[in-house]
Write a protein that binds this ligand. Sequence first.
Ligand code: ADP
Length: 453
Amino acid sequence: MIGEPAALPLLQMALRVEQDIFVIRQRGREVAAVVGLEHQDQVRIATALSEVARDLLRTTGGADVSFHVDAGADGRFHLRADLAPVSPLPDDRYEPQSGAVSRLVDTLSVLTVEGVTVVRMSRRVPANAPTPTPERLAEFRTELGRTAPGSALDELTVQNGQLISALDEVRSQRDELAVLNEELAETNRGVLALYNQLTEELEETNRGVVALYAELDEKSAQLRAASESKSRFLANVSHELRAPVTAIIGLGRLLTDSASDPLTDEQGRQVDLIRSSAADLLNLVNELLDLAKAESGRIEPELAEVDLRPVFGQLRGTLRALATRPGVELVVEEPTGPALLRTDEVLLGQVLRNLLHNGLKFTERGEVRLRANQNGDRWQFEVSDTGPGIAPELHDRIFEEFYQIPGATRVGGTGLGLPYARRLVTLLGGTLELASAPGEGSTFTVSLPTGGA
Ligand code: ADP
């Protein structure tokens, strides 16, 4: 706090006899009221003053008391009371008799101002109090000069009144506290109820989720069982169908054999029809059987070191017979050097033949090309064509069983080739992907691990 020794005190008085303690208390309260301290603070500083005055009267025989208003470093005003003892303080120290005194004021300290030791206390003036301009301070001084100090009895009456109102306040605070406590307890009960309800709801949701999972498990077990029984059914039916269909083909061949009785032209045409329908049927039955076998996990890939060159050579040989369209060329790019990977040669041959066959079936002009290249630890086989291409939204569908793009059926087929090819590639530990768009041809890419599945 910035002391202004030159500034005139608001009030000063002497502490010499017991009676003065009451006067100091009373005047201190009046000064506090004049500078704008609130009622509670007036009582606080008055009480602190009487305590300190009592101590000083006992230890030093009295003091000169003065009141001031200072501007503090925080920009606020403070009421300051300086008590300068008439004889030195024992050990130059001051310890209030009651420890509570220092809590009644903002500061309480002993300091030396211009060679004089004083016990100084201060209390902050509230911000809403009038600013103590020099004129106003002069007014305060006049006002304080007008009131005469009362007797000890007067001060005792005032003090009693203060005590009663402090007690009243304590009681009303206690009542308020009881109300608050009750409210708090009620809120707690509410929170607890809410918490219990939430816990219950959470538990219920949990039970629901658990039940849902159990149902899902059950459903997927049912699905698995259904899919297995479908594969089993297909395998059995196909197997059973093969023998009679083969018999029909054989019998048809016998009927048209030159050693048999000659048929009329019409009969010959009808027998040819029977034979080609039976051949289509056999083809379908064989493909169904293959797919059912692959799905039921009955195909075990036989992995071995495979050189791609002979595999490609064989594909070129067998497929040349199918590449009969004049405007379509089959190009098999045989690897130039040894091209080795660990896989099942037969299954890989089936997949590539299938894809090349599709290319040849659907391409009317241009070429169907097979090429392979090694990319890190994978081999990639690309079967590309300059055919009609496939719309992106059908890229997944054509891998579904029996799906054929409308209009494509006239070139024959069963819709089982691609799902079978993808099954086999998966068995070999690889992937089969398609890049295609209408009018831009199609490229099927088989990617296989070099080291085997
Ligand atoms: P399939 O060839 O026996 O009809 P797939 O499963 O091999 O059966 O093929 C499914 C369908 O995908 C074919 O019917 C055809 O519509 C389409 N498709 C397959 N390959 C090609 C291709 N290279 N170009 C255009 N469409 C194709």
